[in-house]
Write a new protein. Structure first.
Lengths: 306, 341, 494
């Protein structure tokens, strides 16, 4: 397992290097941060001074060398917008995104197992057909639209929940549901179809023939075998949420997480902040990927990690 | 979901294939098989309607979607008080006709969806074939690239790149192609590896068939149905991605139209003009839902294993019903089941 | 009083309000601001979010009435010029900062020196460009020294927040501000809110609201949702369409004036007749009504803000006359000639709409207009390009100091930031007026300049926009001409 982990970490390093190069090329092509960052009334001298201050006047090669060495020291520079280390801003906003993902994905995971299992008990029955149809519906709704409709209905018309922002538990409900919707749909479909497969397997029939209670068979045996694909998909959902799929939800609900911060950084041409966000997330994804592999191993010792 | 019975068994299909059926008979078969799945049919009908709408937009749309009219701003849909039949779905904050914008908006969604799936698909398939065939070093390099790129913070990187290059439809298409080819490569490589191990391909290679012949004759046919399903499902993802990017202001730029862009524009007006976000949003949802419904039919139909299952469920259902019902009802049930297949 | 205030309410809104939980106490309010401040240091950024909060925590030597008139703030009276380059301020006695530090000459000297120190890299430096230093005369007397005669200095001091002499050096200064104002800083929950509470020891009239929470809501639709749902009491930049939807609203003439800067050197637009036609072919009243729902005022012959010093009261309205415009274009032989109109989209309220509408008017007058909506970076390139000027370029000019010098430097003085004329004589006049300390003489000089700009149609001033605020039903407030959100002027009625 040690050798395997080393290989995965090596691959993670490749990911980080790849992201470094792409980010560097991209951010140094940005229109002109000097012009966009400074107020309209700034003088030419102020503009030049600013360019020099953030190092945009140096040759590209020098910038790249500095860039890489800064990355290695986790020094992403100061956010142009916030005027403090970009990493500080990222670390301050990251927990908010993680909380949102936790609430949304948690909801999806908790609901998908029972829903999928119930649907799988009688494939083709009305419960199953409804689940499948609602699931497809959940996959088809654009999140930003669904979120807006929920704000209008639950927050403004009914006044039950806050319209936006972050605060106590009530603030989590709408964004978490919006974020959960497509993940829930995918997870339910997966649980359903793999449960159906499992329930058709010989061992389930044998177990039932031996007189084991059906519920027990479902809960213990079929569920257990469903777990591997389930963890794979749930892990994928986690990674894609982190990889930026919270951006839309955070924008709609003014949720102060990394996604909203990334949009603000884009609006302010704050390339240091943007690159710090992309990096932190890239590293996080690498870590989660390795973690997931370890989890597979724990769930199903038959899996050969190679 | 109505679970259709297969019209032909796999064996029958194979026989038909040997006889090289005409296009017409194939279409007929497709139609009859699709008809069994009512939701799939509905999905397909909506897709055809959307395609027609996008292609015939200039003929269908009552107005130029970009034409502003300061006098007729924020007019409600026709059936509401103050609405008029001049603007069936009302007008937006610039006095543009919502119906015309919805009609033209189909173009952006479908164009981006089709082009991205086509380009990303071709690129991914070629790399997947190459990796699967060459094996060894080529394979491990290509698959390493796939693994690495899959682990990129996708959407964030997309946002970064688009905001740097400047948003436009072309930028969006390129970026989506570059970030969505990996899944095709993986699927294709997997299939190539497994197909190559089947005796008939090994035999073909052994007797010295050219690689190109092996690919076209033996491997591609095995790829068609998984690729078709994958492509359709990816299409829905791309349509949603286009909408989301346009919503964030990083996709289609005004004065061009896109449903996502229109939802973003209408967002500030949800209290005075609910129709601004409702219709474009519904259009996105309908499109994706239709494609999803169609896709689930395609998946079941083109996958022999799934067909098997479908057949088994049908039998199981029938058996269950028989068990529950009285003997008299049984025969009529069986008849109606038979009639449906 | 030119403040236009209209209040409205509706049964539907009342019903919505009744359903929503009014969690806050009677005298606690919540204000939405567009973006979270990046720092609460009052001297570093030029940022609306930071200002909205610090305007309540900090004060300035000079202040303004809600209607824009300059009055003494922390200064005991208006400053007196000692010589051409020196102004003397007497300070109000017995004022303390929230942390107990005394407000005195040292605090003022420190505030001035800090903000003009290049090391601070203050974005506000542009407001204080003429100030070279400050010296203490006695505890309550300070002299501020300028590089040359500067008649706008009192207005400038209205923009410079006074910070405590000792605490300003503290590392926490940027996160926990300490001023002399009617509200003191309580907490900053990053990403969520900033809370201020009433300063019980405030030297001026006591404020009536006890606690104010600022929430950061970027999207105007979301802000309106919050207002309608009863979560917010004050929102800014309400779109004109929504005025009637908000539980209550008020509009006040704002700081922004939109205009087209027309090049006097380019092929087609160098003919004054063409430029005049460009001015009179635009129906400003219709634009104000249709685009801004009436919450904008047609510019009166100039781009100068009507509340600003230097506004030329004698200039007439532009009379919309498309026939005369057509005749002028024909006379100048410019019929069907192409002019390039450069603009951007999304930076200012309804910018694209306004640009396209003006383009359509010009087309109607016989010109062929090529409208180029550029992305903001490219737009700025063209706006600041000293050598090649576009035939016409859109700008929305904001005059925070409420002094005509802003408009002069921004759009009229040749080779200054974004002017499109090469009138050396006018440039000299502007330079002269800038250093004239006699108020009446200065006004006369500006009147001559604005008159000339009007006669030769150097600019196409469009609309002076009004700021529209949305309030909850329980809030009462008269918005200010200077766009400041001063909580001490707000009241709650239950």
């Amino acid at each position: 397992m040690g050798g395997f982990l080393l290989r995965r970490i090596g691959q993670g390093l490749l990911v980080v290097i790849g992201v470094t190069v792409i980010v560097f090329i991209a951010t140094r092509m940005v229109g002109d941060p000097v012009k966009v960052m400074l107020p309209l009334s700034a003088t030419d001298a102020q503009r030049a001074a600013f360019a020099q201050q953030i190092g945009l006047d140096r040759p590209i090669a020098t910038q790249f060398v500095d860039f890489v060495s800064d990355m290695a020291r986790l020094d992403f520079g100061d956010s142009l917008w916030q005027r403090r280390p970009a990493l500080d801003v990222v670390l301050e906003r990251l927990p908010n995104t993680l909380k949102l993902i936790g609430a949304g994905l948690g909801l999806a995971i908790l609901l998908s197992l029972p829903l999928g299992a119930i649907a799988a008990l009688r494939p083709g029955g009305w419960v199953d057909r409804t689940t499948v149809f609602v699931g497809l519906f959940g996959l088809s709704l654009p999140q930003f639209w669904f979120g807006l409709l929920m704000i209008v209905f639950f927050a403004v018309t009914l006044g039950w929940l806050p319209t936006s922002g972050m605060g106590g538990a009530r603030y989590y409900i709408l964004p978490a549901i919006t974020l959960a919707l497509p993940s829930l749909a995918r997870l339910v479909m997966l649980v359903r179809s793999s449960m159906i497969d499992e329930l058709n397997q010989q061992y389930v029939r044998t177990a039932r023939a031996k007189g084991l209670h059906f519920k027990r068979v479902v809960m213990v045996h079929a569920m257990r075998n469903t777990l591997v694909p389930f963890v794979t998909l749930a892990g994928w959902e986690l990674i894609s949420a982190l990889a930026g799929y919270t951006v839309v939800v955070e924008t709609v609900f003014a949720w102060p997480g990394l996604g909203l911060t990334a949009m603000q950084a884009i609006q302010k041409s704050d390339l240091f902040l943007l690159q710090a966000i992309v990096f932190t997330v890239a590293v996080l994804i690498v870590v989660i990927n390795v973690g997931l592999d370890v989890i597979y191993k724990l769930i199903d010792p038959r899996i050969r990690l190679a | 979901m109505a679970i259709p019975m297969p019209v032909t068994t796999p064996v029958a299909t194979a026989r038909n294939a040997a006889q090289r059926p005409t296009l017409l008979s194939r279409l007929d078969e497709f139609g009859r098989e699709l008809w069994q799945d009512k939701l799939g049919t509905l999905g397909f009908a909506v897709i055809v309607a959307l395609l027609l709408m996008a292609i015939l937009a200039p003929l269908l749309a009552p107005y130029d979607p970009a034409a502003q009219s300061v006098i007729s701003r924020l007019k409600p849909p026709a059936w509401l008080p103050k609405g008029s039949w001049e603007h069936i779905l009302g007008t937006d904050h610039l006095g543009r006709d919502v119906l015309s914008r919805v009609i033209y908006g189909a173009r952006a969604s479908l164009l981006v969806g089709v082009l991205v799936v086509l380009f990303a698909g071709s690129f991914g398939v070629v790399l997947g074939l190459w990796a699967g065939f060459r094996g060894g070093r080529t394979d491990s390099i290509i698959m390493r690239i796939v693994d690495v790129q899959v682990a990129f913070p996708g959407l964030l990187l997309i946002l970064l790149v688009i905001s740097v290059i400047g948003p436009s439809m072309a930028t969006m298409i390129i970026v989506l192609v570059v970030t969505n080819w990996m899944v095709y490569a993986r699927v294709v490589r997997g299939i190539v590896l497994s197909v190559r191990q089947t005796p008939y391909v090994e035999a073909a290679e052994m007797i010295g068939c050219k690689t190109s012949r092996v690919i076209f004759r033996h491997i591609l046919p095995n790829l068609t149905s998984p690729l078709l399903t994958l492509g359709i499902l990816e299409f829905t993802n791309i349509v949603l991605a286009e909408a989301a990017l346009s919503f964030l202001g990083l996709g289609v730029q005004p004065p061009a139209t896109s449903w996502g862009l229109d939802v973003a524009n209408g967002r500030d007006y949800i209290f005075v003009a609910w129709w601004l976000i409702t219709f474009p949003g519904l259009s996105i949802a309908t499109t994706v839902l239709a494609v999803n419904l169609f896709a689930s039919w395609v998946r079941v139909t083109t996958d022999p294993q799934e067909r098997e299952k479908r057949f088994a469920y049908q039998r199981a259902k029938l058996a269950a019903r028989r068990a529950r019902r009285s003997p008299q009802a049984q025969s009529s049930e069986a008849k109606s089941q038979g009639g449906r297949s | 009083m030119n403040v236009l205030t209209r209040l409205t309410s509706s049964a539907a809104v009342a019903a919505i309000m009744a359903l929503s939980p009014l969690s806050a106490l009677a005298a606690d309010i919540t204000i939405a601001i567009g973006s979270e401040p990046s720092t609460l240091d009052p001297q570093v950024r030029d940022d609306g979010g930071e200002r909205a909060i610090n305007d309540n925590v900090y004060e300035t030597l000079m202040a303004r009435t809600p209607d824009g008139e300059l009055i003494a703030g922390l200064a005991a009276a208006a400053p007196t010029p000692v010589d051409a380059k020196t102004w003397e301020f007497k300070l109000r006695p017995n004022i303390k900062f929230h942390n107990g530090e005394a407000f005195n000459a040292d605090a003022v000297v420190n505030s001035v020196k800090r903000v003009i120190d290049p090391a601070l890299k203050s974005e506000q430096a542009a407001y204080f460009g003429t100030i070279t230093g400050a010296e203490k005369v006695d505890d309550l007397t300070v002299r501020i020294i300028t590089s040359g005669p500067d008649p706008i200095l009192p207005s400038r001091m209205y923009w410079m927040k006074m910070i405590p002499a000792t605490y300003a050096a503290d590392a926490k200064f940027a996160e926990a501000p300490v001023g002399t104002g009617p509200y003191k800083f309580t907490s900053w929950n990053r990403g969520q809110d900033i809370v201020l509470e009433k300063n019980a020891d405030y030297w001026g009239d006591a404020a009536s609201i006890d606690k104010v929470t600022y929430r950061f809501v970027g999207e105007s639709g979301t802000r309106l949702s919050g207002l309608m749902a009863g979560e917010l009491d004050v929102i800014t930049n309400l779109l004109p369409e929504f005025a009637q939807q908000a539980p209550k609203f008020a509009a006040v003439s704002g700081l922004e004036t939109s205009l087209m800067i027309v090049s006097t050197d380019n092929e087609v637009t160098k003919d004054p007749r063409v430029r005049e036609a460009m001015n009179i072919s635009v129906d400003r009243k219709a634009l104000a009504e249709s685009l801004f729902g009436g919450y904008a005022t047609p510019a009166k012959g100039q781009v100068v803000n009507p509340k600003a010093f230097g506004y030329n009261k004698s200039l007439p309205d532009y009379v919309f006359d498309v026939d005369k415009a057509r005749a002028l274009i024909k006379e100048a032989g410019a019929e069907g000639k192409t002019i390039k109109l450069v603009g951007e989209a999304g930076r200012w309220l309804k910018d694209r709409e306004l640009i396209e509408a003006v383009g359509a008017y010009w087309k109607d007058a016989g010109l062929n207009v090529d409208i180029k909506i550029e992305d903001f970076g490219e737009y700025l390139n063209q706006l600041f390009d000293k050598n090649t000027r576009p035939d016409a370029i859109f700008l929305s000019n904001s005059n925070e100091l409420l002094d005509v010098d802003r408009e002069m430097t921004a759009v009229l003085q040749s080779k200054a930031s974004s002017a499109s004329n090469s009138d050396q004589e006018m440039s000299d006049q502007i330079s002269a007026a800038r250093t004239e300390t006699d108020i009446e003489k200065r006004q006369a000089m500006y009147d001559a300049i604005t008159k000339k700009a009007y006669d030769l149609s150097y600019l196409v001033p469009l609309l002076n926009q009004q700021d529209i605020y949305g309030f909850s039903k329980r809030l009462e407030w008269q918005p200010r001409v200077d766009s400041k959100l001063l909580v001490k002027e707000m009241k709650i009625t239950e």
